[in-house]
Design a protein around this ligand. Structure first.
Ligand code: CO8
Length: 259
């Protein structure tokens, strides 16, 4: 499948998705959001994909936000509809996928761009990355989950500061704040993301999906994450992958979860 705004590249069990609108700093227009949904949905159903890396084309931006030109003349209703639809088909969708998504933040990650990185399960950044939620400078607030996910990741004090000042923080500060897991040079960014993906794909796909469900349950309202963990833990015992994992350990060999 080819896309107008994405490049996809598959290496073994890892799918790399590059948002490819470098002239607009990879801003997320409606079509790009729909294409991302399609690419992620397809990957989610594909047993031969174990991890996904999302990055931006060029060396300047991961994603500089939602495409401002597209929503500049929106009404209250259209604004709400845009946010609700985007959250459902891309941001929440990504967070609740069965396979881990790694955001390789290679430059500006602003507004919807930072919200996309935060919906991924793991974030790594290059040292030129600048991260922020500048929406209040445009007269709106983050609408793709940013008020919630930033607060979960860095705490409310820092989230208040980032959102109300509309400022950008450096990759190093993002690292100190726990917003990204690692900071490396641009050249090292993709190899690092691939190295993390390489470790993930050796493990049980079923257990990874169960872990995603349990970790995400930590912040789903009305859900007791400990209960979800117990339930997911128990279910693992009924899977062939658990038999393979424990048998391989006893037989002193590497488990092969994909045979
Ligand atoms: N949308 C559309 N176009 C953009 C965007 C964007 N978010 N960001 C950059 N571009 C375009 C510019 O318009 C410019 O295009 P052109 O050459 O045609 O004029 C091109 O990309 C290059 O940008 P600049 O010339 O501005 O590059 P600079 O290096 O001078 O500046 C910046 C880089 C600082 C990143 C600057 O481009 C900028 O401030 N961009 C906007 C950042 C921003 O405010 N992002 C948040 C957008 S709002 C958002 O994401 C809301 C999410 C929730 C929505 C929920 C639904 C309502």
């Amino acid at each position: 499948m080819s896309y107008n705004n994405l490049l996809t590249e598959r290496e073994g069990l890892v799918l790399k998705i590059t948002i490819n609108r470098p002239k607009q700093l990879n801003a997320l227009n409606k079509e790009t959001i729909q294409e991302l949904n399609h690419a992620l949905d397809t990957a989610n159903k594909d047993k031969e994909i174990g991890a996904i890396i999302v990055t931006g084309a060029g060396e300047k931006a991961f994603v500089a936000g939602a495409d401002i030109k597209e929503f500049a003349d929106f009404s209250v209703e259209k604004g709400q509809e845009l946010a609700a639809n985007g959250q459902e088909i891309l941001f929440d969708f990504m967070e609740f996928m069965s396979k881990p998504v790694i955001a390789a933040v290679n430059g500006f990650a602003l507004g919807g761009g930072l919200e996309l990185a935060m919906a991924a399960h793991i974030r790594v950044a290059s040292d030129n990355a600048r991260l922020g939620l500048p929406e209040v400078s445009l007269g709106v607030i983050p609408g793709y989950g940013g008020t919630q996910r930033l607060t979960q990741l860095v705490g409310s004090g820092k989230a208040f500061e980032m959102i109300t000042t509309a400022g950008m923080i450096s990759a190093d500060d993002a690292h100190k704040w726990g917003l990204v897991n690692h900071v490396v040079s641009q050249e090292e960014l993709m190899p690092l993301a691939e190295k993390i993906a390489g470790k993930i794909i050796k493990n049980s796909p079923n257990a990874i999906h169960a872990a995603i469900r349990a970790i995400n349950a930590n912040h789903v309202e009305g859900v007791d994450g400990f209960e979800v963990e117990i339930e997911e833990f128990g279910k693992c015992f009924g899977t062939p992958e658990f038999v393979e994992g424990t048998t391989a350990f006893i037989e002193k060999r590497k488990a092969d979860f994909r045979k």
